[in-house]
Design a protein around this ligand. Sequence first.
Ligand SMILES: *[C@@H]1O[C@H](CO)[C@@H](O)[C@H](O)[C@H]1NC(C)=O
Ligand SMILES: *[C@@H]1O[C@H](CO)[C@@H](O)[C@H](O)[C@H]1NC(C)=O
Ligand SMILES: *[C@@H]1O[C@H](CO)[C@@H](O)[C@H](O)[C@H]1NC(C)=O
Ligand SMILES: *[C@@H]1O[C@H](CO)[C@@H](O)[C@H](O)[C@H]1NC(C)=O
Ligand SMILES: *[C@@H]1O[C@H](CO)[C@@H](O)[C@H](O)[C@H]1NC(C)=O
Ligand SMILES: *[C@@H]1O[C@H](CO)[C@@H](O)[C@H](O)[C@H]1NC(C)=O
Ligand SMILES: *[C@@H]1O[C@H](CO)[C@@H](O)[C@H](O)[C@H]1NC(C)=O
Ligand SMILES: *[C@@H]1O[C@H](CO)[C@@H](O)[C@H](O)[C@H]1NC(C)=O
Ligand SMILES: *[C@@H]1O[C@H](CO)[C@@H](O)[C@H](O)[C@H]1NC(C)=O
Ligand SMILES: *[C@@H]1O[C@H](CO)[C@@H](O)[C@H](O)[C@H]1NC(C)=O
Ligand SMILES: *[C@@H]1O[C@H](CO)[C@@H](O)[C@H](O)[C@H]1NC(C)=O
Length: 530
Amino acid sequence: MLCSRSKTVFILFSFLLVATGISIAEKETSVEEWRTGVKERFMAEENGQNSSLILAAKRTKRKDPTENFSLYTGGWNISNTHYWTSVAYTAAPFFVIAGVWFVVFGLSLCLTCLCYCCCARQPYGYSRIAYALSLILLLSFTIAAIVGCVFLYTGQGKFHASTSDTLDYVVRQANFTADSLRNVSDYLNAAKKIDVQSIVLPGDILTSIDNLQGKINSSATTLSVKTMENQDRIQNVLDTMRLALIIIAAVMLFLVFIGFLLSIFGLQCLVYTLVIFGWILVTITFALCGLFLLLHNVVGDTCVAMDQWVANPTAYTALDDILPCVDNATASETLSQTKLVTYQLVVIVDNIINNLANKNFPPQAAPFYYNQSGPLMPLLCNPFKADLSDHQCKPGEVHLNNATEVWKNYTCQFIKPGTCSTPGRLTPKLYTQMAAAVNISYGLYKYGPFLADLRGCNFVRSTFTDIERDHCPGLNRYTKWIYVGLVVVSTAVMLSLVFWVIYARERRHRVYTKDYNAMHSEAPRDKGPQ
Ligand SMILES: *[C@@H]1O[C@H](CO)[C@@H](O)[C@H](O)[C@H]1NC(C)=O
Ligand SMILES: *[C@@H]1O[C@H](CO)[C@@H](O)[C@H](O)[C@H]1NC(C)=O
Ligand SMILES: *[C@@H]1O[C@H](CO)[C@@H](O)[C@H](O)[C@H]1NC(C)=O
Ligand SMILES: *[C@@H]1O[C@H](CO)[C@@H](O)[C@H](O)[C@H]1NC(C)=O
Ligand SMILES: *[C@@H]1O[C@H](CO)[C@@H](O)[C@H](O)[C@H]1NC(C)=O
Ligand SMILES: *[C@@H]1O[C@H](CO)[C@@H](O)[C@H](O)[C@H]1NC(C)=O
Ligand SMILES: *[C@@H]1O[C@H](CO)[C@@H](O)[C@H](O)[C@H]1NC(C)=O
Ligand SMILES: *[C@@H]1O[C@H](CO)[C@@H](O)[C@H](O)[C@H]1NC(C)=O
Ligand SMILES: *[C@@H]1O[C@H](CO)[C@@H](O)[C@H](O)[C@H]1NC(C)=O
Ligand SMILES: *[C@@H]1O[C@H](CO)[C@@H](O)[C@H](O)[C@H]1NC(C)=O
Ligand SMILES: *[C@@H]1O[C@H](CO)[C@@H](O)[C@H](O)[C@H]1NC(C)=O
């Protein structure tokens, strides 16, 4: 009586757990809904706020157990412990299920032990239907557990690939930024050594280049070092997580398989040993479900927060506190310094062209006369005005990008040293010096847009836009796969445990009844007394 009732209670309890798990899974918004929802929700949140923006405010309104279960309203802010407690609270059902399962199944195990001791010896009927049903259910839960394991394994593989991709992308962006900063520093360094006909950059520019280089170097180094450290740390966490999930999937698969075999062959003693292992493992996997649901929610929040941060360049948000941006002052100073150096180098070169190359000196003007002759060479177009605003090229001027090419045609050849023997306006030496100046000038000019992006962290904005578009849907989907996989595995293994016991018992009764019938009568074979 007690035994059969405990069996029913077992099954009811298990179904209750499954239903809870499924309803939690259903409550989560789907990826598509989340993506399309971002914009509207965001519009609703935004009106009326201009100074400080609460990121992902709608999504993060969750009950906070440390604040008397009132709604948390601080938005996405990973420096805030209440954010974490309120997210953790969404995963609480799984932790509760883990706890309840641990206690209830533990008690049931004790009860079953008691049953085994006191009821087992009574002759006990066996019904064909119960036997067949338990076999079918055992089989289906075993298959469900295997499917869950496969799902979990696939999910963790995809999640790992997706996170590694995202991480690589971020690291590449940071590397690119640090590299570009170093290149700018190198160009500035080279600009100090530029010398066209003994004319060099003004002294004040040279000293400010020295000052700036220190700042640029330290910015680039900080960026690289921080990125490498964080990359290592995150990669370690990801690898550990992956290993843990693979082990869980493998152990669960093994457990289910062995348990199934033992139960089929009726090795009750071993089945009970395995049930105890399974009991603990199922508790662990339910707790893991909670952890991954938490991760899933945090990933979703972060993606929405990034989207809103990108859309609101002026607002101050929680993300601004933790970003590895190059500070605005250094970036602005670098930008104006590179513009100034570009401008000055072009001025030097154009002065040489106007006052030396394109002039026809008499042979007596010794250092300036080198028998320059032939068509006048074009001036170099200065991309900036003296106040460093943009400047349009005049017709006939050559661009920085092809000045070296064009000037090749104006270079004469030396047969006698010191004077041009062929028509031309530049000596080979002067051409080389001017080409070097143009090279530096153009190099710095090309980094202008990059440096402008560095101000106000625009490069981080474009990185976030890309992450939000290319990586977030995958991250969201695969964290969901993992926790759904864990839910399926846990519940299927949980029910399998129950049916190992039930089936093994049914089987024993069947054998017992068979023996009993064989001993006492020959006629109705296999017919249960029930
Ligand atoms: C927006 O900011 C300005 C200046 O900081 C302030 O005067 C104004 O009240 C703010 N508007 C809102 C709706 O907060
Ligand atoms: C929670 O509520 C109790 C009584 O309602 C109050 O005494 C306590 O200060 C509250 N705690 C917080 C953190 O609001
Ligand atoms: C980033 O740069 C470091 C050294 O500067 C290098 O070791 C690393 O491989 C680079 N990473 C990527 C993704 O390019
Ligand atoms: C930095 O300069 C080197 C050599 O000029 C070049 O190969 C590299 O692509 C540059 N890096 C960036 C990020 O511009
Ligand atoms: C900055 O780094 C460059 C090489 O990247 C180096 O040549 C230069 O001396 C450094 N400058 C300072 C001030 O550290
Ligand atoms: C984020 O949380 C920290 C700690 O509670 C708080 O100091 C900070 O002001 C918060 N940031 C924003 C933007 O709300
Ligand atoms: C130089 O470059 C400019 C802009 O890229 C182009 O319009 C012009 O035709 C080029 N001139 C020569 C001679 O290649
Ligand atoms: C240089 O001169 C040659 C022959 O005069 C001409 O064909 C070529 O287009 C010129 N190159 C440039 C860049 O002006
Ligand atoms: C100066 O250049 C012309 C060609 O433009 C050449 O004929 C002449 O011989 C050169 N004079 C000397 C002294 O080399
Ligand atoms: C331009 O300058 C860079 C950096 O100083 C140097 O590596 C490169 O060889 C130069 N190119 C030319 C054509 O002079
Ligand atoms: C950075 O500085 C520049 C000029 O100093 C300014 O125009 C810009 O608004 C600043 N950006 C931010 C995000 O502070």
